[in-house]
Ligand binder design. Structure first.
Ligand SMILES: [Zn+2]
Length: 265
C-alpha cells in the first residue's frame, strides 16, 4: 500500500485529495494501461507485435552462477565530476576492473573527464537521461537506449552489450528493445548498504566483504546524495576486503565469460 500510495502522490494525483488517492489505490487498475501509466510504479507491456529479431531472447542476470572466486563491482549513474574521477583513481591504483552503467547525457557532457579512463573497465548503458523505462513504450525505450549507446560508442570507442534499467524497473518493452539492440540486462545481487553505515562508515568494507559470494554483481554509485559518499570514501578498503576473502574483481562480461568457460570444461 505504501509504495502504491507514494506512486500516486508522485504522480501528482495527490492534488485530487486524500480520498480520491485512496480510491485510486483501491481501484488501482484504473490507473494502469499503455496510455496512462502512473509516474512511479507503472509498467510497460511488451506490446502487441513483438517483431522477429535476431535472438528472440535476452538474458536478465542478477548474479552469475559460478564457484570461481570472482565478483563484479558496478557503478551506476555517472559520469559526473564530483566522484567519478575519485572512483577511477582508486580502481587504477588497485588495478581493479569494474563495470560502469553510464547515463548518456552525462557521458556526453563529461566526456573530457573520462575519455581514455574506462580502458580497463566495462561500460554499460543506463539510458540517455536516467528515465524509468518501465513506463515507456518501445519507441521511448529505444530512444533512451540508442542515444546512450551512441554516446558510449563515440566517447569510449566500444559498443556496449549490457544495459541496466534505472532503479531496476524492468518492463516488457525494455526486454524486447534490449533484444533488438543486442543487449542483455544486468541487475544486481548485492548493493552497498550506505544507509546502514551512516554512523559507522568504516563498517561498510567489512559488510560488503561478508555479504559477497562468488558470482555476485555488486551495485554501487559514482553519483548521488551524500550518504553514498560512504562507499566512495572507503572504496579502497572495500576492494581490499573483497580480495582478503579471496575474491577477484572482474567486469560483468568477464564474469559471464569465465563462468561459461568453466562450465564447458
Ligand atoms: Zn541509476
Amino acid at each position: 500500500m505504501g509504495v502504491s500510495r507514494r506512486g500516486l502522490v508522485r504522480g501528482g494525483l495527490a492534488a485530487l485529495g486524500g480520498a480520491a488517492a485512496t480510491l485510486g489505490v483501491l481501484r488501482g487498475r484504473e490507473w494502469f494501461g499503455p496510455d496512462r501509466l502512473p509516474i512511479d510504479g507503472g509498467y510497460a507491456p511488451a506490446g502487441n507485435e513483438l517483431g522477429w529479431h535476431e535472438r528472440g531472447t535476452v538474458d536478465v542476470l542478477w548474479h552469475v552462477h559460478t564457484e570461481q572466486p570472482l565478483v563484479a563491482l558496478t557503478f551506476d549513474d555517472g559520469p559526473e565530476p564530483d566522484w567519478t574521477p575519485r572512483v577511477l583513481d582508486t580502481l587504477d591504483r588497485l588495478d581493479a576492473p569494474a563495470t560502469f552503467f553510464v547515463v548518456g547525457e552525462r557521458l556526453r557532457r563529461n566526456a573530457a573527464l573520462v575519455r581514455d579512463r574506462y580502458a580497463r573497465h566495462e561500460v554499460g548503458n543506463h539510458t540517455w537521461a536516467h528515465k524509468d523505462l518501465a513506463q515507456r513504450d518501445d519507441k521511448g525505450v529505444r530512444d533512451q537506449l540508442r542515444r546512450c549507446h551512441d554516446a558510449i560508442a563515440d566517447v569510449v570507442g566500444r559498443e556496449p552489450t549490457l544495459m541496466r534499467p534505472p532503479w531496476g524497473h524492468l518492463g516488457g518493452t525494455t526486454l524486447t528493445v534490449a533484444e533488438e539492440l543486442g543487449y542483455d540486462v544486468v541487475m544486481w545481487s548485492q548493493r552497498m548498504r550506505e544507509d546502514v553505515f551512516r554512523a559507522d562508515p568504516g563498517g561498510i568494507a567489512a559488510d560488503t566483504a561478508a555479504a559477497a559470494r562468488p558470482g555476485a554483481i555488486i551495485l554501487a554509485h559514482d553519483v548521488g546524495d551524500r550518504d553514498r559518499l560512504v562507499t566512495i570514501d572507503h572504496l579502497a578498503e572495500i576492494i581490499t576486503g573483497l580480495r582478503d576473502r579471496g575474491l577477484r574483481l572482474v567486469t560483468v562480461s568477464a564474469l559471464r565469460a569465465a563462468a561459461a568457460q568453466h562450465a564447458a570444461t
